[in-house]
Design a binder for this molecule. Structure first.
Ligand SMILES: *Cc1c(COP(=O)(O)O)cnc(C)c1O
Length: 389
């Protein structure tokens, strides 16, 4: 009997959809920094940045106080402003599009690929106008976007290509780590993301002009480089920037976490594989499609329901799984559904594939610290609920 109907739940405590994995080594690294004199603007941020550039095979990494701040800086570095459009996907966290709004630019939403759930290159190409200045793809769930397709599109139309890789640190595209494919790529270090610094983010780029602008924007638009006097106290504010710096406390945690990234990704892949095996034989659900040319970071595992064949809707299945203490979720509400975007004039119907997709999906728990028992509970609960509907 379903827990929703007062049966015994599959597990006694709620399993969240994602969470961090911190160990004593991580905590010691943070403790060590707290005992030094530089808890911010010391040497830990540059060290962390070097490590990120190294694993993503990029020339520059610039760390920020959050992934959202990093995206804001990328739009600044790309010199987008009022009157400029950029094309992005509606199936992402609102921050992707919001970051463009911060500089006055206008998001234009293009539809997704029905197989990968990522922004579709052809759909994006149909939205290009003379106002378009950038393409912003998202490696949704950790599966890399069609980087070659967007690179070609961006080059043909003289657009800046920004990638939101909040889900894909440690993923690979055609055998190479995600990072150098777009002009600038963002990674987030929020606790549910591949590795964490509490809050934090980074932009990686091979372009030194962008890197310089990113650093300027991160610290009030202030610089000590190329200034007109030799007075030792002197610095110049060259543009209106923010204080978007990461602290050394966060960077020390990040460096420690990065050592575990390969193990984290491997564990995520194992869990996804266990789900795939269990659910590929289950009726009326679709497991996530994976391109052969990419290796996903498996940030999210999304089960797609074939609602036409089910007696109950997504809401019932969601409630039933929550009652079994499985912390299912829905990622994401199409960005332009939000009241703020509706008030800006965006209308439903813009991206029909994404909108239909949104009605059919559930995110299952997936994080490296899940035990085999946790995975088993999810499989048991999903099977139990789907057999009832
Ligand atoms: C988490 C996330 C962000 C924002 O990152 P923060 O570090 O939380 O500011 C942006 N885009 C996507 C797709 C995300 O998942």
């Amino acid at each position: 009997m379903l827990a929703l109907h007062n049966g015994k739940p599959v597990r006694q405590n709620l399993l969240p959809y994602g969470k961090q994995w911190l160990n004593d080594e991580d905590k010691n690294e943070v403790w060590n920094i707290l005992n030094t004199s530089m808890i911010t603007q010391g040497n830990q941020v540059p060290k962390f940045e070097e490590h990120i550039a190294d694993i993503t095979k990029t020339a520059h990494a610039v760390a920020f106080s959050s992934g959202t701040a990093a995206l804001h800086a990328a739009f600044y570095a790309a010199e987008l402003r009022a009157g400029d459009d950029f094309i992005t996907t509606p199936i992402t966290f609102a921050a992707t599009a919001n970051a463009g709004l911060y500089v006055g630019a206008t998001p234009v939403f293009a539809d997704i690929d029905d197989r990968t759930y990522n922004l579709d290159v052809t759909e994006a190409s149909h939205k290009i106008t003379t106002s378009t200045k950038a393409i912003v793809s998202v490696d949704f769930t950790g599966q890399p976007a069609d980087y070659d397709g967007f690179r070609e599109l961006a080059d043909n139309h003289n657009l800046v290509y920004i990638s939101d890789g909040a889900h894909s640190l440690g993923a690979s595209y055609k055998g190479e780590p995600v990072g150098s494919q777009a002009d600038m790529t963002m990674f987030s270090f929020h606790p549910v993301k591949p590795v964490t610094t509490g809050e934090g983010g980074v932009i990686v780029t091979d372009n030194s002009v962008y890197a310089e602008r990113l650093r300027l924007f991160r610290s009030h638009g202030i610089t000590k480089e190329n200034i007109s006097t030799t007075e030792p106290w002197y610095y110049e504010m060259k543009d209106l920037g923010m204080n978007y710096r990461m602290t050394d406390i966060q960077a020390a945690l990040g460096t420690s976490q990065l050592k575990k990234l390969p193990d984290f990704i491997e564990r995520r892949q194992k869990i996804a594989q266990a789900y795939n095996e269990a659910f590929s034989t289950l009726k009326n659900v679709k497991i996530p499609y994976q391109l052969k040319s990419t290796k996903s970071g498996w940030h999210l595992y999304i089960l797609r329901l074939e609602l036409n064949n089910l007696k109950k809707g997504r809401r019932f299945i969601f409630d039933a799984l929550r009652a079994e203490n499985i912390g299912v979720h829905v990622h994401y509400i199409p960005v332009y559904y939000h009241p703020y975007y509706q008030e800006l004039g965006y209308e439903k119907g813009e991206c029909p594939i994404a909108e239909k997709w949104y009605e059919e999906v559930l995110t299952l728990p997936l994080f490296p610290k899940m035990t085999d028992n946790d995975v088993h509970d999810v499989v048991l609960a999903v099977t139990k609920v789907l057999n009832e509907v």
